[in-house]
Ligand binder design. Structure first.
Ligand code: BT5
Length: 330
């Protein structure tokens, strides 16, 4: 058995017996390891930062877990069939989890594979922009997906992921965030999460997708751009990154399966309800131009329908949107 599988089994065993002491004999017998292998792996977990106490005559107990996103720990208790059920690659530092996930996908890693980093040195936003990724505080991950999907429907995936992250934030932190088309999650008008979907495609069909998600969880806001916030800043308490990560993955699996079975329509409705820009006057900035209009709808391909001042409607597939400044942002 691989080291990570053994570590996961031992940790799960401790999580199921919170605050209880369990003898080495009992752990070995239940998990089917030798005492020597158990001892070796308990020490490896300690080196990873898990505080495992050993008391003579009582046995072992897990006193504390480190604030890390180790794949073997993230995967514990995930009620998913695809997402996070493949390998979860964990790194202390990467240039960009999207780049690493892309390379892995090109080598054939299956759908559901995850790449997680504690920090990114060249975290990417859209159009060559940067995603600031301070250590100790944020969630930065990329997921490999291989949907049977036409390339022009890819914007839908970003919106599905945004709905999933919004729900996870609500469930774990009790905060009602909004979705700013096409890829931002905002609290009080400030950005707490950004999503970057990249793809490799055959002429019409998607080969694979890389869904990259960055969430400011306990990040100190002085390390973030002025228009950003973090969950800790909004809720005035630390949030368990690993708990939130597990919830995000669980919600993503549900919404992704729903989209595959029922199409985008049901999630599109959720997305519209959560939108911070629909039915508002907005300015849309495209590559070299910008125009004003009224955000009317999000269509079946994830495009934003904007009614211009002259009454004509335009479908916008990508771009940056800002609300009319005379009205406060949500
Ligand atoms: C995004 O781009 O919002 C997509 C962000 C995706 C980040 C994830 S992290 C894991 C994965 N690996 C990667 O390399 N990327 C993905 P965009 O809409 O272009 O917004 C970028 C803009 O957001 C920047 O120009 C800043 O203004 C702002 N920004 C940068 N870092 C931020 C942060 N940590 N929190 C909030 N806003 C930030």
């Amino acid at each position: 058995m691989k080291d990570i599988d053994t570590k996961r089994q031992i940790l799960r065993f401790f999580y199921e017996r919170k605050n209880k002491y369990v003898s080495g004999e009992e752990i070995s017998a239940s998990l089917g390891f030798s005492r020597a292998s158990l001892w070796k792996h308990i020490n490896k977990l300690r080196l990873d930062g898990y505080l495992i106490e050993a008391v003579p005559h009582l046995g072992y107990t897990l006193k504390a877990a480190p604030d890390k996103m180790y794949g073997y720990d993230v995967g514990i208790g995930l009620g998913t069939d695809i997402i996070g059920k493949q390998k979860i690659w964990h790194y202390e530092s990467l240039e960009s989890t999207n780049n690493t996930a892309y390379e892995l996908a090109e080598k054939g890693e299956p759908e559901g594979t995850l790449v997680v980093a504690e920090t990114q040195t060249l975290g990417k936003g859209r159009l060559g922009r940067k995603w600031i990724s301070p250590k100790n505080g944020g969630i930065y991950f990329s997921l490999i997906l291989r949907p049977e999907m036409e390339s022009d429907k890819v914007p839908v995936i970003t919106l599905v992921a945004a709905v999933s992250v919004q729900k996870a934030i609500k469930k774990v932190c009790g905060i009602s965030a909004g979705i700013k088309w096409p890829n931002d999650i905002l609290i009080g008008g400030k950005k707490v999460c950004g999503i970057l979907t990249e793809l490799k495609a055959q002429p019409d069909m998607v080969d694979f997708l890389i869904l990259g998600v960055g969430i400011n969880v306990n990040t100190e806001i002085k390390k973030l751009p002025p228009e950003a916030t973090s969950l800790k800043n909004e809720s005035s308490r630390s949030v368990s990154r690993i708990k939130l990560m597990r919830r995000v993955l669980t919600e993503m699996e549900k919404d992704y399966q729903k989209m595959k079975n029922e199409g985008f329509m049901p999630i599109r409705e959720e997305c519209k309800k959560l939108s911070t820009i629909l039915n508002k006057q907005i300015t849309v900035k495209e590559y070299n131009s910008e125009f004003e209009g009224f955000a009317k709808d999000i269509d079946e391909k994830g495009a934003l329908i904007v009614q211009k001042k002259d009454g004509t409607r335009k479908r916008v597939f990508s771009g940056d949107v800002c609300r009319d400044r005379s009205r406060p942002a949500r």
